[in-house]
Design a protein. Structure first.
Length: 148
């Protein structure tokens, strides 16, 4: 069965992709939940016209995302944390703190779009995080955790 996705779905595809799925998955889950619509001939024609109209907007978003990625690549963040005398952090540094530090620098990034090289950072040092800006455009940022 061919369907047209109405929103981004992890491990399945992005919005407006035409994909093939099993009949039961499409009819019993994706279509009733509003995640997809059946790809009939008329729906495919409408979809093609909509995609032509969106192509220009898509290119602008992609170029803006590339510019933001270039700016984010040069940003160095410093995140303060309370530590013991041995350098261990009380608690851990997570994506929320990185997102807040990016907002202070002028970048509006959702914490859900940030992945860290390590799951939980529990000591002082320099680390890397990846920020997903747009579909397949990502930027890697360096951040330093220091003792307050």
């Amino acid at each position: 069965m061919e369907i047209i996705l109405l929103q981004d779905l992890t491990n399945l595809g992005h919005k407006d992709d035409v994909i093939k799925v099993r009949n039961g998955y499409g009819r019993n889950y994706l279509i009733p939940q509003g995640f997809a619509m059946l790809a009939t001939e008329s729906a495919k024609k409408m979809h093609a016209e909509n995609m032509r109209q969106r192509a220009h907007k898509e290119q602008k978003k992609r170029s803006d995302a590339l510019a933001i990625a270039a700016k984010l690549g040069t940003v160095e963040l410093k995140i303060g944390a309370k530590t013991s005398t041995t350098g261990k952090i009380f608690g851990s540094v997570n994506t929320l703190q990185i997102a807040e530090a990016l907002i202070e620098k002028g970048f509006d990034v959702d914490r859900k779009n940030i992945t860290m090289s390590e799951n939980a950072i529990k000591e002082i040092g320099t680390f890397k995080a990846t920020v997903k800006i747009y579909k397949d455009i990502k930027a890697e940022i360096n951040f330093e955790v220091y003792s307050e």
